[in-house]
Design a protein around this ligand. Structure first.
Ligand SMILES: Cc1cc2nc3c(=O)[nH]c(=O)nc-3n(C[C@H](O)[C@H](O)[C@H](O)COP(=O)(O)OP(=O)(O)OC[C@H]3O[C@@H](n4cnc5c(N)ncnc54)[C@H](O)[C@@H]3O)c2cc1C
Length: 637
C-alpha cells in the first residue's frame, strides 16, 4: 500500500494557497461531464454535494434516512469552532491549529490541521450568509463560548442545536441544486459495495430500504461521508443508524483504515440506567462552561447532593487541572471521572456517575441566563431522568461518542483507492488521538465546503477515464456479492436477533476495549470477537423477507460489519505501544496516571490494509513529521 500524503511544500501558512494554485482547474463547461457519487448527507456530505453541484458537477446523493436533513449531524448540540477572535481574548489561526494538534495528543498531520484552522473562519461567514441563526451578543456580533482544551472562547453556537441549524443551512443549499436538476437525491439507500474499474472507484451498489432492490450507480468519483463507527460499542451517543458499513466495504476493496483504536469517550453523558437500554444521551460539553463537576470526598457519603457542604466535596477537575478546570479535554476528563468512580466515590444507584452542578452559576448569573444558554439541554435531561437540573445537580458519566480513526486520506482527502474520497467523521484526518469539542462540525464543513470542491477537480482533470456503465461485469459481480450476502443472512434462521449480538459485542468492547485498556483485556477481546462472529453466522435470526422494507435485515447487515471491524479496532489497540488521547493502555502512564506517549516509536498513523478473509491485516505507517510544533507532554494543569 502506497501512503503518499501529498503534503504540499513550503511554509505551513502557505501550503493550502500554494496547493490550490497548483491544482489544475476543470473548465466550467467540462464540469457538467463529470458525475460524482456522494454517500452521506450530514455536514460533510451535504456541504460537499451542494458545493460541487454549485460548481456545475452532476451529483448523485445517497443516504439511509428518509431525508438528507435527518443525517446524524442534526444531533450536534454545543457548537462549532473558528478562530475569528470576536471576544478579543487572544485567538488566532495559529492558536486554533496549536490547540487542535495538542488536543489530539500530537498524532495528527500538521498540514491538514493548519488548513482546518485557516478555513474555520470562512465556514462561519458562509453559514451566516446562509442564514444560520447563531447566537448573538447584545451588540449584534456573534457570541462565543468555551469548549474543552481551549483557554478562550471560540465556539459559535445556536443554543444547543448547532448541528441542526448548520445542517438546515447545508440542506437548503442542496435543495436549491435539486431544484436546478444538478443533484439527484436517493434516500433510504444503504451502500453495500464499492465498485472499482481499472483500480479506480467508479460506482456503488446500494440496497433500497423500501423496495429491497439492489441498485447500481456509476460515476467518475465516489465520496464517502458516512460518519463515525462509535456504535461498534453498541451503546453510544450516536444515532442508532450510525454504522461502519460503507467504510468497511471500502476497506475490503483496498482503502487503508487509519488508527481505528482512537475512539473518543465523552465525559458528560446521562449514565446507563439498565440492561435494556439501547442508546446513551449526550449532555453537551458546553455545559462545562458553567457547570462544576464534583463527587463527595467520602466514599460512604449517603446524603443528597444539596446537603453535602462545600468542604466535603471534591471538585476533582478544578483540583487536578487548575488551568483548565472543568474544561479539561474529553479524554482527560473521562479518565478522571472513571478514576474517582473506581475509588468508590461515584454517585447515584450504580455509583457510576459524577455530579455536574449549576448551583453556583445560577446564583451568579440567574436562572434565566442559564435557561437562555442551555434551556433545551436541561429540558432533555429532565425528560429522561425525571429530575430538575435547576434544582438538583445533573448526574453524568463517560460514554462512547466520536471516532477519530477512519479511512486514511491524503491532503486531497482521497483514500488509497484512486477516486474514492472520504469526508467528515468517516476519515481520520484532523483530530489525532483525541478530538476537541466543537471541532467535528468545523472539520465536516471544512471538508465539504472548502476542501473537496478544489481537490476533486484536480483528480478529475488529471485522470484518464474510460466510459463505464452499470451493465459492465464489475457492477454485475458487485451486485452478486451484495445479493449473496443477503441470501446468506436470510438463510440462517437462527435463534438470536442481530440486536442481541450487537449488545454482546458492545459489552465486550466496553469491558475489554474501553477507557482503561490492558494487553490482557485486549487479547481477551481478540478471542471473544471472532467467536461471537462465528456464532452470528450460524445463529442470527433475520425476520421478514429480503424483497421489501425490512429493518431486521438492515440491522443484520450492519452488525455483520461491526463484528468484523471490531477485531481490527482491537488489533490496532494492541499494536499501539503507548497511551495517547482516547487510547489509554494502563501499561503506559505517567506517575500521575496521565497518558504516556512514545514519540520515538509511535509518532505515526497506523494504516491497516485488508489482506483477505481470515488473514491478519497488514500494518502500514505514515510517519508524522512535526516541523512547526514541539512535541511535548500534554499538560492542562
Ligand atoms: C449527540 C452528539 C452531539 C454532538 N455535538 C457536537 C458539537 O456540538 N460540535 C461538534 O463539532 N461535533 C459534535 N458532534 C459530532 C458531530 O456531530 C459529528 O462528528 C458530525 O456531525 C459527523 O458528520 P458527518 O457528515 O461526518 O456524518 P453524519 O452526520 O453522521 O452523516 C452520515 C451520513 O451518511 C449516511 N450513511 C451512513 N451510512 C451509510 C451507508 N451504509 N449507506 C448509505 N449512506 C450512509 C447517513 O444517511 C448520513 O447521511 C456531536 C455528536 C453527537 C453524537
Amino acid at each position: 500500500m502506497q501512503l503518499d500524503a501529498k503534503i504540499p511544500g513550503g511554509p505551513l501558512q502557505e501550503k493550502w494557497d500554494r496547493h490550490r494554485f497548483e491544482l489544475k482547474l476543470v473548465n466550467p463547461a467540462n464540469k457538467r461531464k463529470f458525475d460524482i457519487i456522494m454517500v452521506g448527507t450530514g455536514l460533510g456530505g451535504g456541504a460537499a454535494a451542494a458545493s460541487l453541484a454549485e460548481l456545475g458537477y452532476n451529483v448523485k446523493v445517497f443516504c439511509i434516512q428518509d431525508s438528507p436533513r435527518r443525517a446524524h449531524s442534526i444531533a450536534a448540540q454545543g457548537g462549532i469552532n473558528a478562530a475569528k477572535n470576536y471576544p478579543n481574548d487572544g485567538d488566532s489561526i495559529w492558536r486554533l491549529f496549536f490547540d487542535t494538534i495538542k488536543g489530539g495528543d500530537f498524532r495528527a498531520r500538521e498540514a491538514n490541521v493548519y488548513r482546518l484552522a485557516q478555513v474555520s473562519n470562512l465556514i462561519i461567514d458562509h453559514c451566516v450568509a446562509q442564514g444560520v441563526p447563531f447566537a448573538r451578543e447584545y451588540g449584534g456580533l456573534l457570541d462565543n463560548r468555551s469548549f474543552g482544551g481551549a483557554q478562550l472562547q471560540r465556539t459559535f453556537y445556536a443554543r444547543g442545536q448547532t448541528g441542526q441549524q448548520l445542517l438546515l443551512g447545508a440542506y437548503q443549499s442542496l435543495m436549491r441544486q435539486v431544484a436546478k436538476g444538478q443533484v439527484t437525491v436517493y434516500p433510504r439507500r444503504e451502500m453495500m459495495e464499492l465498485v472499482l474499474v481499472d483500480g479506480k472507484a467508479r460506482g456503488i451498489i446500494v440496497r433500497n430500504h423500501v423496495t429491497g432492490e439492489i441498485e447500481s450507480h456509476a460515476g467518475h468519483a465516489v465520496v464517502l461521508a458516512t460518519g463515525g463507527y462509535g456504535n461498534t460499542y453498541y451503546m453510544s451517543t450516536n444515532g442508532k443508524g450510525c454504522n461502519v458499513s460503507a467504510c468497511w466495504q471500502a476497506y475490503k476493496k483496498g482503502a487503508g483504515f487509519a488508527n481505528p483504536c482512537f475512539t473518543q469517550i465523552h465525559p458528560t453523558c446521562i449514565p446507563v440506567h439498565g440492561d435494556f437500554q439501547s442508546k446513551l444521551t449526550l449532555m453537551s460539553e458546553s455545559l462545562r462552561n458553567d457547570g462544576r463537576v464534583w463527587v463527595p470526598k467520602d466514599p460512604k457519603e449517603k446524603r443528597r447532593p444539596q446537603e453535602i457542604p462545600e468542604s466535603e466535596r471534591d471538585y476533582y477537575l478544578e483540583r487536578m487541572y487548575p488551568s483548565f478546570g472543568n474544561l479539561a479535554p474529553r479524554d482527560i476528563s473521562s479518565r478522571a471521572a472513571k478514576r474517582v468512580c473506581d475509588e468508590g466515590r461515584g454517585v447515584g444507584s450504580t455509583k457510576l456517575a459524577v455530579y455536574l452542578d449549576f448551583a453556583d452559576a445560577i446564583k451568579r448569573l440567574g436562572k434565566n441566563v442559564i435557561e437562555e444558554r442551555y434551556g433545551n439541554l436541561f429540558q432533555m435531561y429532565d425528560k429522561i431522568v425525571d429530575e430538575d437540573p435547576y434544582q438538583v445537580p445533573m448526574m453524568i458519566y463517560p460514554a462512547v461518542h466520536y471516532t477519530m480513526g477512519g479511512l486514511w486520506v491524503d491532503y486531497n482527502l482521497m483514500s488509497t483507492i484512486p477516486g474514492c474520497f472520504v469526508l467528515g467523521e468517516a476519515n481520520f484526518s484532523d483530530h489525532g488521538a483525541n478530538r476537541l469539542g466543537a471541532s467535528a462540525l468545523m472539520q465536516g464543513l471544512a471538508d465539504g465546503y472548502f476542501v473537496i470542491p478544489y481537490t476533486i477537480g484536480g483528480y478529475l482533470v488529471g485522470t484518464k477515464f474510460d466510459a463505464v456503465n452499470t451493465s459492465q461485469q464489475q457492477f454485475k459481480d458487485a451486485e452478486g456479492v451484495a445479493k449473496d450476502r443477503i441470501k446468506k443472512l436470510m438463510r440462517i434462521k437462527g435463534k438470536k436477533t442481530a440486536e442481541a449480538f450487537h449488545r454482546e459485542l458492545g459489552h465486550i468492547m466496553w469491558e475489554y476495549v474501553g477507557m482503561g485498556r490492558t494487553d490482557e483485556r485486549l487479547k481477551k477481546a481478540k478471542e471473544l470477537i471472532p467467536a461471537l462472529r462465528a456464532e452470528y453466522w450460524e445463529n442470527v435470526k433475520v425476520l421478514g423477507s429480503a424483497d421489501g422494507f425490512n429493518p431486521s435485515l438492515v440491522q443484520a447487515i450492519r452488525v455483520a460489519d461491526f463484528l468484523e471491524f471490531a477485531e481490527l479496532l482491537v488489533v490496532d489497540a494492541l499494536n499501539r505501544r503507548e497511551s495517547c488521547g482516547g487510547h489509554f493502555n494502563e501499561a503506559f502512564q505517567t506517575e500521575e496516571g496521565e497518558a504516556l506517549r512514545d514519540d520515538q516509536n509511535m509518532a505515526h498513523a497506523a494504516v491497516w490494509e485488508y489482506a483477505g478473509e481470515g488473514k491478519e491485516p497488514i500494518l502500514n505507517k505514515e510517519p508524522l513529521v512535526f516541523e512547526n510544533v514541539k512535541l511535548a507532554v500534554r499538560s492542562y494543569k
